[in-house]
Design a protein around this ligand. Sequence first.
Ligand code: MN
Length: 433
Amino acid sequence: MLTDPALRSWIDIAPGHPFPLQNLPFGVFEREATAGAPGTGPRLGVAIGSYVLDLYAVQQQGFFDGVGLLAGLPPKVLRRRSLNRFIGLGRPVWRAVRQRLSELLRHDNPELRDHEDAVRACLLRQTDVQLLQPIKPRNYTDFYSSIEHATNVGSMFRDPANALLPNWRHLPVAYHGRASSIVVSGTPICRPQGQRKAPDAEAPTFGPSQQLDFELEVGFVVGKGTTLGSPVPIAEAEDHIFGVLLFNDWSARDLQSWEYAPLGPFLGKNFGSSVSPWVVTMDALEPFRVPGPAQLPTPLPYLQVPGPHHFDLQLEVALLPAGATEEVVISQTNFRHLYWSMAQQLAHHASNGCNLEVGDLYASGTISGPTPDSLGSMLELAWRGTRPLPLPDGSERSFLLDGDTVIMRGYGELSNGVRIGFGEVRGMVLAGL
Ligand code: MN
């Protein structure tokens, strides 16, 4: 098992680091030319400790030669600007790569370890490279699958007694989002302008959003497409998932609440969404499988699946307030709280015959937990501005200010404390135009 907690690498990896030998998440990077060295152009890579393993270099050094499926891996696929083409090669190839890298990096394997030149060619410090957006999704869908979040929002905007709309417990509610404005961690987000109307105002005005928010979400990347008209039986849904990443679905609440009726989210959402640079494979998440919450009423048969399909992944949101030097954790929750599983989301998405494409990104919706310190958005943490969140620097927040940086992190923990992590997704709010 590649996730055996006892596995060790010859690379020095600090305890609790998100990228131990058991993880091996995929990403894309580029090293710019410096005075001493030429640039690499885009390359596929795998995170190991604080390094990136350059998959193209690994292949050029001969470490994939004669290794089953990897012998025929087209070199071009490893020099692309996204993982999409690699993902399209299929699960047997992703598995073979992780299997081979796990062997090469194991503490007692000298093949790479003892060859200084090869190590220098293949291993780069993450701080020496630029991590690029790992996937280019042609389609992005945002679900609304946290019962705590949906209940909180329904209570605030409608009626606490009937917070969930009648469909909510019967299907994973979602909307089609905007793929073009998805950006990688580190990309600043400009405060959007738009129309907003306070409930007591006579007419709307146009200007910078006054209620800019984040949404803590986990997204999954489609690894196997379908043809139009072919639903996916729920028992096969996870076969269509490549891996998982962190997702910040930035939201302008004032724009959203004015525009959303009757067709749903639009400009309050599509000005930017941030993804983490590493995609953690479903294989690496296998140890964290847990049963989800009880679903009542029982969903219709096409959404029923036996066995555990939720994942025990600890999540947190930190805020680095504008001008501050220390970040503060403002929310801690868990992916397992989600009501609808990724398998149910995918099976529902395909149930009408809608075709899934490799690289599509499907996000969970804001993940809130049951306690006040586990809420996944400012909207909920400050309860629509009615109880602003006090910060250590003496300031408080109802929504995000220009210069604020939001950082999301997540991990699953193995029995011996080894963490299979996502790294982080971060973004700073800039004043709008
Ligand atoms: Mn969302």
